[in-house]
Structure formats: C-alpha cells, structure tokens
Design a binder for this molecule. Structure first.
Ligand SMILES: Cc1cc2nc3c(=O)[nH]c(=O)nc-3n(C[C@H](O)[C@H](O)[C@H](O)COP(=O)(O)O)c2cc1C
Length: 415
C-alpha cells in the first residue's frame, strides 16, 4: 500500500458541531442513549426511571415478549416508503406517542417543555402527566401546534373533576388518557433501597451523588423547585410543593373508589377522545368500546404497578380480536426498537407509546436527546419495513400476522 492510499483511508473527524451531531456519532440505539442517561443521572434518579414493581417480572417480560416474535419478510418492490398514519382519527408522522411520565424536571431542567418541543418537531402526540412538573398551560403556550393529550385518574369528587376538565379544556388539550391501573402505587423496591426521596433532600448521600453528577445537580439547583402545578386546587401550591410529606402522599397514591360508572360519567362530561390507559382485559376493552371510549392503551405502566402481569404485547392479539375495529388500540411497554413498533402494528395495534426511551433521551441531552430517540426509532422502523417488503403502515397492518411467527407457534394458522 502506498502512503497516498493509507492517507485516503484516514478520516479524522473534527469535534461535533452540535449536540445532535454528537448524539448521531455516539448513540446508535436507544440502549446507547440509556447508557448516556445512566452516566448523567445520580444512581437513585436513574433507578427511579428504570425500575419496576417488586421482582420486576412484568418489567422484564415487557421486553422479552418482543423477542418471541420473528419476522417473515417477503419479496416485492417498495414504493414511497411512508411511516405516516393516524391516531385518534388525526394524522401523525409516526404511529408513536410520547406517554405521560410524572416528575420529568427531575431528569432534566427543561423537563416537559423539552419533551413537548421534540414531539412537535417529530409530528407526534405527547400525553402530559397530571403529575407533570410544568403547568399544563405552559406546555400549551410553548407548543400551541402540538397534539397534546392529558393524563388523569378517575375522580370520585365530581366538583373537583369538572374543575379539572374545565382547566384542561381551557388549555386546549385534545384527548384524555385515563389511568385504570393505579388504584394504589406499585412497590418499586429500588427506590426504597436507594433511599430515593422526592423532592431530593440534601442528605449526605444526595450531596455526594450531586457532586459526582455536577451537570444534573447544577440543572436542579438553578431552576425552580420541583412541584406539581397541575394539582393546584387539589393540593395547596407554594411551600407545600416542596414538603416531603406531600410527595409521600402523592407517591403512595390516594385510592378513590371509582368504577365503570365514573368512566361513563367522564364520557358524558368530556366531548373529545378518551383513551383508557392500562386496560389489558379483553372484557374491559369490550365494555369500554360499548360506552363510547375511543381507544385503549394496552399497558402495564411499564412494569411499575402490578408485578407478574401479562405483557401488553402478549395480550394484544386477544384484545384486537375482541375489539374488532370498534375503537383504536395503542400499546406500550418495553418498546426500544423500531422493529418492536412494527411487530405491535402487525399484531393489530394502531400505534405504540413509549415512556423510558424518551426519558433516557431527555436525561442525556434535553430536547435534542428526545428528538434523537424518536429519530432512531423512526429510522429503525423504515429499515425494518424495507427489509420486510412493506411500503407503508396500512400495508403493514393489512399484512398483519402473515409477517410474523411466534416461537411457540401462536398465530401460525393466520398466515
Ligand atoms: C419515570 C416514569 C414515570 C411515569 N409516570 C406516569 C404517569 O404519571 N402517568 C401514567 O399514566 N404513566 C406513567 N408512566 C408510565 C408510562 O406512561 C408508560 O406507560 C410506560 O413507561 C411504558 O413503558 P416503557 O417505559 O417501557 O416504554 C411512567 C413511567 C416512567 C418510566
């Protein structure tokens, strides 16, 4: 080899000119972004994102169910590859939703605003948590064009409910995501073992963790104290917001004896779409369809609530069959690859939602990090569809299970 040939092989990259360029060079998968988030955050805060309930069987199963399905690609021309679809009857650039997550400013000072801006840039909806650390009105003001959904629990006190619904309406939210999986809060033992306290209190351990993660600590200290401004009216604002007692009450959950009657009542009060989040029983899905609910989000809360629970992907075919097109089906839990989204859609979901993946992006690099995660999933979806021989989401959903084989033979007869 001549010196000239060797020189042509050497390609020394200059420093990255932007955060997105640095992410593009270093993070080639959601798991790479996760590792970056793990470095940026104190262990106890990272574990708060990462952990699941009790033995974390639900958490692990969410991920492993995707590996039970393998692709059966077909040969044929790809024409105008397109990931666009609709969700709740409206267009979306990708069949992906950023699912609600509480306490988001703990992970990055730009919190929910950064997530909302990334969702808007990607052309996908974002569900804001009731326990978000930014007021619902500020998200509306920062991203007026965004498809904004709002996450609530069923509420027994109808006066309080109506006040909340009026506020959500005034702030221009399109849809409600109603939790039916939070009668109490799952026992996330990592948090107890880590002594995770919210809000972060200045104990010796916190000081050490902060010193070891100065970027995170500085972001937390130079911004407003973490608070839950969407609860104003329910819980006094101001100094109470940083009272550990209030956090304990919130994190332990407060059971409200609500049932189907309250969902029917909500249907009468809210004119826009309603999604039941955490619905995993085909019987419940059928009842929901019967009372005019628009969609279910098949979910086990990312394995954070009931342990040893079915994974959303495992139960999805049963729900698809029972719902029989009467409402939309969103699925979440364990989605880390574009190919996971393709599998869920082939099994009959209309769209997928993600939680931790975008939080990894947020913790790693704010809005740029969230955008990078959505870009990775979108590129992986495109590549998977190309390799499968599928041009668009409609064709994917029409082809359905013919594209998949279950390792135990489930679904083979449909092919
Ligand atoms: C840190 C964290 C906080 C969450 N907070 C909420 C919440 O306030 N309301 C809610 O309905 N779901 C919440 N979820 C669940 C997500 O909306 C979603 O169902 C779940 O994260 C999906 O699983 P995945 O993380 O594997 O994508 C939270 C999840 C995480 C990781």
């Amino acid at each position: 080899m001549k010196l000239r040939d060797i020189r042509s092989l050497v390609n020394i990259e200059g420093p990255a000119r932007s955060v997105s360029e640095r992410l593009a060079r270093t993070c080639h998968s959601v798991d790479d972004v996760r590792k970056l988030a793990a470095k940026r955050l104190p262990r106890s805060v990272f574990d708060y994102i990462e952990g699941g309930a009790e033995d974390e069987v639900s958490l692990r199963r969410n991920r492993s169910s995707f590996a039970d399905w393998s692709f059966v690609p077909r040969w044929g021309a790809i024409e105008n590859l397109d990931l666009g679809s609709t969700v709740l009857g409206e267009p979306t650039a990708l069949p992906v939703i950023l699912s609600p997550t509480g306490g988001t400013r703990l992970f990055h000072p730009d919190g929910e605003v950064a997530v909302a801006r990334a969702a808007l840039a990607a052309g996908i909806p974002y569900g804001l948590a009731h326990l978000s650390t930014t007021p619902m009105e500020s998200i509306a003001a920062s991203t007026p064009e965004l498809r904004r959904w709002f996450n609530i629990e069923p509420v027994a006190d109808k006066g309080a409910l109506q006040e909340l619904l009026d506020r959500i309406t005034r702030a221009g939210y399109e849809a409600l995501l109603v939790n039916v999986d939070c009668r109490t809060i799952g026992h996330r033992e990592r948090d107890y073992r880590n002594g995770f306290s919210a809000p972060p209190t200045l104990r010796a351990r916190t000081v050490v963790e902060g010193a070891l993660h100065p970027g995170w600590a500085w972001g937390l200290l130079r911004n407003d104290a973490i608070a839950f401004p969407n609860l104003d009216g329910t819980i006094p604002a101001g100094p109470m917001a940083s009272d550990p007692g209030m956090w304990r009450t919130l994190l332990a959950g407060s059971y409200e004896p609500t049932g189907w009657g309250d969902i029917e009542d909500l249907r009468r009060r809210w004119q826009g779409p309603i999604v039941l989040k955490g619905c995993v029983s085909a019987d419940d899905a059928a009842i929901a369809a019967g009372i005019g609910i628009d969609a279910v989000q098949v979910s086990n809360h990312g394995g954070r609530q009931l342990d040893h629970m079915t994974s959303p992907l495992d139960i999805l075919p049963e729900i698809v069959e029972r719902v029989d097109g009467r409402m939309e089906i969103i699925v979440d839990g364990g989605i880390r690859r574009g190919s996971d989204i393709v599998k869920a859609l082939a099994l009959g979901a209309d769209a997928c939602a993600i939680g931790r993946p975008y939080l990894y992006g947020l913790a790693a690099a704010g809005q740029d990090g969230v955008s990078h995660v959505v870009r990775l999933l979108s590129e992986e979806m495109s590549r998977t569809l190309m390799l499968l021989g599928i041009s668009n989401i409609k064709e994917l959903r029409d082809s359905g299970r013919a594209l998949l084989r279950h390792r135990n033979g489930m679904g083979d007869k449909q092919s």
